[in-house]
Write a protein that binds this ligand. Structure first.
Ligand code: UT7
Length: 322
């Protein structure tokens, strides 16, 4: 049996930090409200001349370094992003060129905040089937570009960042299983209702922004991610006690706590990093993973369940031994 094994992680946050206090000078809000409803105190915002591929590249180089892998060993590049640099080529192709990799497949995956889980699932399947031996999987976003900075219901939540992992084929897990779901009936609850083919004028006018029914998204995110914990553990005949860490999508501390509670996971085993980077969409899970490995929380050999939830709705999980 071939499995994919995590052998390096990396992440990057843009230099500029936007605090709640600064946000309170931009919209009618305050630090206390944002902290009590979201647990977020600050987020990072890309510079005007900094793009998603820049964040992806920085995170990827750190992950390659941690894995001790040369770029020329990579035979698959997947970037999960909602905020691609260009309409085409894909951000993965741009990243591939920067890393000096030519030939192996490189493509983007778009599943918004669940994007990294979808990308990891695809990479895992490439490796399990023998189609790839060493994959670079990145989640990177400049979500600030699709935020209306006059809308206090959304602008307090999101930030920019990138996270990356290197997966290698191995005889032992590694990734035990991945689980993906989507339900397009909820397409209007969290979306940017314009793009290249539809409402293009709003893109040209600079008004292509994220809209969200916050309360509804909250409810579905908690249910989706709590159910995923059960589905993932059951598929592997494991229990919550086997888990060392749960990394839910870093959207909101209240969502993270509610997922842990509903799924019956010990709060001490739930990773929370959203407080200092906000919701970075596809980057949130690999950012939390990298930070927790680097600060010594997550140790080699431990069992980690990661999960994402985003617009679509899309949601997915992966259970792995790191
Ligand atoms: O990847 C998934 C991405 N999306 C999410 O994670 C979003 C999930 N939803 C949430 O996190 C929460 O719904 C929010 C944090 C967005 C909102 O929290 P809430 O507890 O659901 O608040 P609410 O929308 O019910 O609003 C309560 C009040 C309203 O005032 P009224 O109508 O009661 O007078 C809002 O207008 O809070 C007001 N409000 C604010 N006040 C100060 C909304 N946003 C703000 C704000 N500052 N930024």
């Amino acid at each position: 049996m071939i499995y994919s094994k995590l052998c390096g992680t990396g992440s990057y946050l843009p230099e500029k930090v936007l605090t709640n206090h600064e946000l309170a000078t931009m919209v009618d809000t305050n630090h206390e409200w944002i902290m009590s409803r979201t647990g977020i105190s600050e987020r990072h915002i890309a510079a005007n001349d900094e793009y998603t591929c820049d964040l992806a590249e920085k995170a990827a180089r750190i992950a390659l370094d941690a894995a001790g892998v040369n770029a020329n060993e990579i035979d698959l590049v997947i970037v999960a992003t909602t905020t691609a640099d260009q309409v085409f080529p894909s951000t993965a192709c741009l990243l591939q060129e920067r890393l000096g990799i030519s030939g192996p497949p490189a493509f983007d995956v778009q599943a918004v905040c669940a994007g990294f889980m979808f990308a990891l699932d695809v990479a895992d399947k490439f490796i399990r089937t023998g189609s790839a031996k060493c994959a670079l999987v990145v989640g990177a976003e400049t979500f600030s570009r699709i935020i209306d900075w006059t809308d206090r219901r959304t602008c307090i939540l999101f930030g920019d960042g990138g996270g990356a992992v290197v997966l290698k084929a191995d005889n032992e897990p590694g990734v035990y299983s991945t689980h993906l779901h989507s339900d397009g009936r909820h397409k209007d609850l969290l979306c940017v209702p314009s793009g290249v083919s539809r409402n293009y004028q709003s893109v040209l006018d600079g008004n292509a922004f994220t809209t969200m029914e916050g309360g509804e998204v909250f409810k579905w995110a908690v249910k989706g991610m709590a159910d995923l914990v059960e589905e993932t553990l059951e598929a592997n005949q494991m229990t919550k006690d086997d888990l060392d860490w749960l990394i839910p999508h870093q959207a909101n501390v209240r969502i993270i706590n509610a997922v842990g509670k509903r799924a019956g996971v010990d709060p001490d085993k739930v990773i929370t990093t959203v407080g200092h980077h906000g919701n970075t969409s596809a980057a949130s899970v690999p950012l939390a993973l990298d930070e927790s490995i680097r600060n010594g929380k997550i140790k080699t050999g431990q069992l980690v369940l990661m999960e994402g939830f985003g617009g679509g709705f899309t949601w997915g999980s992966a259970l792995l031994r790191v």
